[in-house]
Write a protein that binds this ligand. Structure first.
Ligand SMILES: [Fe+2]
Length: 273
């Protein structure tokens, strides 16, 4: 078993800027990290932080420096893949010390955390919001799955292989999901596919394997299936995810907003039981 904290869609901007002119994502990330540090004991043992893309909103070196400074405060190994907002070269520099980060080309990597094989795949296509897995990434995945054998596997991608029903996000989803499905079908063991991009919790399947998207650190997209649904983001609910691998693995969303409580349960009188 291995246990991960997944952070996604931080959308950090340069100093003084706001994401989409609204969100102070530097302050949002700083607060999120402080809340997670406060809750470390409550969240249980964690082996690594898995960052599933859109670390930066603007691709600036400064945004990555800030993000990295905050993420380092968690004191855990960092594993990271880029999203559509990321700049691949700056991203690579920011996470150069991450296990198995390739020195050039696509940011596809594999590493082992405990008994679990973690495979990160790069779906970033410069100049567009939608994502794709190139043939070389699928070949990389295929080889990594063959080496993993029957061990538990986490496959991390920014763009999830599912459709949410949120039209403006489905329009910039992952291309050619069947090709990923065919590659995953070769696997011998348990796989969980984890992703971000859709700024909310969605659970589905690709073939026999579960897919889960974590809430975003920065903002949320409302589930609104109406044809005339407004296009845009909400300031929350924001969050992240904690999951563990193996046959008893559980995936949990962790809200980053503060609610009041816990309040003790009230004793229910015998007469109304
Ligand atoms: Fe995002």
């Amino acid at each position: 078993m291995a246990r991960f904290l997944q952070l996604t869609d931080l959308h950090v901007v340069a100093a003084g800027a706001r994401a989409s002119g609204v969100l102070d994502t530097r302050a949002i990330l700083r607060t999120a990290v402080e809340r997670l540090i406060d809750r470390r004991a409550a969240l249980g043992h964690l082996d690594a932080v898995l960052v599933t893309g859109d670390v930066s909103d603007d691709g600036t070196a400064e945004s990555y420096r800030f993000a990295r400074g905050q993420l380092d405060r968690l004191g855990l190994p960092l594993l990271a893949i880029p999203g559509n907002h990321d700049d691949r070269a700056e991203f690579r520099k920011a996470f150069a010390d991450s296990p198995a980060m390739p020195s050039s080309g696509l940011i596809d990597w594999t590493t082992e955390i405990g008994d679990t094989v973690v495979i990160g795949l790069d779906t970033l296509v410069e100049g567009q919001g939608g994502g794709a897995l190139r043939p070389e990434s699928l070949a990389f995945l295929s080889e990594a799955l063959a080496r993993a054998g029957s061990r538990p596997v986490v496959v991390a991608v920014h763009h999830p292989p599912l459709r949410t029903g949120i039209r403006f996000m489905d329009a910039i989803g992952l291309e050619d999901i069947p090709a990923l499905q065919a590659t995953l079908a070769q696997a011998g063991g348990e796989i969980i596919v984890v992703a971000g991009h859709v700024h909310g919790v969605f659970q589905g399947r690709i073939g026999r394997h579960p897919v889960a998207t974590a809430p975003a650190v920065s903002s949320a997209f409302a589930l609104d299936l109406r044809p005339d649904a407004p296009v845009g983001f909400m300031t929350g609910p924001t969050g992240c995810a904690v999951f563990d691998t193996g046959p008893d693995g559980v995936w949990a969303a962790v809200p980053l907003e503060i609610a009041s409580g816990p309040f003790p349960f009230q004793e229910i009188p015998m007469t109304v039981r």
